[in-house]
Each structure stands twice: as C-alpha cells, then as structure tokens.
Design a protein around this ligand. Structure first.
Ligand SMILES: NC(=O)c1ccc[n+]([C@@H]2O[C@H](COP(=O)([O-])OP(=O)(O)OC[C@H]3O[C@@H](n4cnc5c(N)ncnc54)[C@H](O)[C@@H]3O)[C@@H](O)[C@H]2O)c1
Length: 356
C-alpha cells in the first residue's frame, strides 16, 4: 500500500513509519518539524529512517538513503493547496494522520497553535481525502477527551461533551468532523484515542522523559496533584501494532450508516504515578528528589482505557508491561543523552556513564 503518514518526525509517526517500511509498504512521511520541543530529536528520528537533515527543504521531497520505499516532505498542515496537489499527485491508498499540536499544558498558554494545526489542519486533510479519495483515514484522537469523567474504564460509548482543555476540545472536534465526512462523502475513517504513549524516542515534554531527565541530573522532579494520579501508560510498540492493524481494516461501506469507527488504544492497566516513578528510579539506579505540587489546570486525575472495541475490531492486545517498557525506555534515554553530550563536548560524564 502507498501510505501517507503525517507527524513523521514525531514520536508515534516515526515508529509507525519504521514498522510500515519493515512490512513492505510504500510510505511518504509529512511533517513541518515545528519547535514545540527540541527539533534535534525530530531530525535524529528522521535520520534513523534515512532522511538527512541537510537534504530537507520546504515542500520538497527527500529520499531515504536507508529505505527505497520511503520519502519525506516538509510541509505544513495549513498549506491547503499544496496538500491538495500532494494528494492529487500521489494517490495514497491510506492516510495515517498523526500530525497535531500535542500537549495539554501547552494549550493553556498557546491556544492558537491548536486551532491552526488541529482544527484547520485536520479540515485540510479531510478535504484532501474528499477530493482525492483514499481507502482509509486513520487519525489520532486522545484520552484527554474524557476530561473529568469518573466512570472507569473509559469507554468510547461514554459521553465526552465536557472537555477541560482546548487540546481535548480540538481532538473531540476531529472526531465530529471525521464523522461528518464519513457520512457525507463515504470516506472510511477511524479515530484512535491514545493513552499516554511512552518508549524509546519519546517526547521530551512528557512525564517519562521529564522524570528520567531530572533523576539523571539530580534535579527535583515536579509531581502534580501530590502524586495522586493514575495513567494508563501504553508502550509504543503496542500502539504501533494497533495503528497498523487499524490502517489495514477500514470500516465497511454500508449504505445505511457512515463508514466511521472510533477506538481507545491503551494498555488497559492504569499505573499509580508514584509506582511509575519507582520503576524509573530502579532502572536508572538513583532515587529522585521530589517536589510535590497541586493539580495543573487542564490535567486529569486518572486515565484507564476500555479497549474492547479495538480488540473486537482488529484483535489488538497490548503485550508490554510497565517493567519491560520502562526498562527499554530508560536504556534508550541514557544512551541517547550520553551520545548527545559526547557530540557537543567530546567528553562523557562518567557519573552518568556509571548509571548506564
Ligand atoms: N504521545 C501521546 O501520549 C499521545 C496521547 C494522545 C494523543 N496523541 C496524539 O498522537 C499524535 C502524535 O503524537 P506524538 O506524541 O507523536 O507527538 P509529536 O509532537 O512527537 O508529533 C507530532 C508531529 O506533528 C508535527 N506537526 C505539528 N503541527 C503540524 C503542522 N501544522 N503541519 C505539519 N506537521 C505538524 C510536529 O512537528 C511533530 O513532529 C498527535 O496527534 C497527538 O495529539 C499522542
């Protein structure tokens, strides 16, 4: 299949592309490489899949030197006519739309970025799928749509009309917009509500990286809601497995209803935040200095996915427990940090090397 993956330089997009290429698909990666977090991590991810930083130019294709079936294009979701041309020229079989302005806390200070990328940008992808039909559009939603819902596990059948952050509101809007396009234009769409994804090459703004970084550098880590939180942490390999299964199984076109599906994709085993931190401490081999703080605006106390709909639809079963996932993540984090440090100073900090 010829697959467009947006958010290609991002955490989940990068891993998804790697897996698609290993399975023999032809892939175009799309990303604007925004500066929400350090772009060097994004360029390093792209480099892993054969895209050289110095060969990337706005709105131009870059060939991978590692995978014949992979090309990358640096393009922004706001460029509607360029996106239309891209869809017209490429004739994608399927689209995996992961590009978005992510992050709950950032949406409090920077609301504009969310409207531009997650609302206008999503609309542009829908319009392109309408004019240049694809067999399936799979897109990223989020567990944050559940807001302060108290009934757990969170089910796709629960009402989610009360988002508590603009980020969540944009993701819920995407689900509504997708339904409209599935209904009106028979575009098969599937929304995936991701639950706190972690693993190697993970996002530096998320708890696993923030915690590991603070422990390694002996800085206090900020623990919100005094640690009284639970998250359904989901390992990246399980997420990618689910995305790929879903991509290959579009909702059936039936004259009586819209070809529309929506699933939670989580681990379905919530973990107490303090247990997660203990697990990181164990694998780093150091104890964290902890600063306990109140709840952050927009944050939720608990997430817990009911995954029955995705299990029934495509046989998704998460396989990675926290112990194994955190071990892989911490090992990657420390070796990546050491490499960065060595590149910039030529010296390895021996206390960190000892940790590794
Ligand atoms: N990681 C998680 O735990 C999690 C949880 C829930 C939902 N999600 C959603 O999953 C998707 C992927 O998340 P991620 O963790 O890989 O995030 P990420 O920030 O690492 O990746 C997103 C990528 O999208 C790109 N992007 C943003 N705006 C763009 C625009 N206007 N045009 C083109 N590219 C643009 C960014 O440059 C970035 O590389 C996002 O839609 C996110 O909201 C992630």
């Amino acid at each position: 299949m010829k697959v467009l993956v947006t958010g290609a330089a991002g955490f989940i997009g990068f891993h998804t592309i790697k897996k698609l290429l290993q399975s023999g698909h032809n892939v175009l990666g799309f990303d604007t490489i925004n500066e929400y977090y350090n772009t060097s991590l994004k360029y390093d991810r792209l480099n892993e899949i054969g895209i050289d930083r110095d060969k990337i130019f706005d709105n131009e294709y870059t060939d991978s030197h590692k995978f014949k079936a992979f090309r990358f294009i640096k393009m922004d979701l706001s460029q509607k006519s360029a996106i239309m041309d891209l869809f017209r020229d490429e004739k994608f079989d399927t689209v995996i739309h992961l590009a978005a302005q992510a992050g709950v806390r950032y949406s409090i200070e920077n609301p504009d970025a969310y409207i531009k990328s997650n609302i206008d940008g999503f609309f542009n992808i829908l319009e392109a799928c309408r004019h240049y039909p694809v067999k399936h559009l799979t897109y990223a939603s989020s567990s944050s749509v559940y807001g302060n819902n108290k009934t757990v596990p969170f089910s796709v059948d629960h009402n989610v009309d009360k988002p508590i952050s603009l980020y969540a509101a944009t993701k819920k809007s995407n689900e509504l917009m997708a339904h409209t396009y599935s209904h009106l234009y028979k575009i098969p769409t599937t929304g995936l509500r991701f639950f706190t994804v972690y693993g190697p090459w993970g996002r530096p703004d998320m708890a696993p990286s923030l915690f590991t970084n603070a422990i390694i550098n002996n800085r206090p880590l900020k623990i919100f809601n005094n640690g009284d939180m639970e998250r359904d942490f989901t390992y990246i390999d399980d997420i990618v497995d689910g995305i790929i299964k879903v991509n290959e199984a579009p909702p059936i076109i039936d004259p009586k209803k819209a070809p529309y599906a929506l699933h939670n994709i989580g681990n379905s085993t919530p973990v107490k935040l303090m247990d997660f931190i203990n697990c990181i401490e164990k694998h780093v081999g150091a104890i964290a200095k902890k600063t306990f703080l109140p709840m952050q605006p927009g944050d939720v106390q608990q997430t817990y996915a009911d995954i029955s709909s995705i299990t029934n639809a495509v046989g998704y079963i998460p396989k990675t427990n926290i112990e194994t996932g955190v071990k892989h993540f911490v090992n990657w984090y420390i070796s990546y940090e050491l490499k960065q440090q060595q590149t910039s100073t030529g010296i390895i900090n021996t206390s960190k090397k000892a940790i590794l």
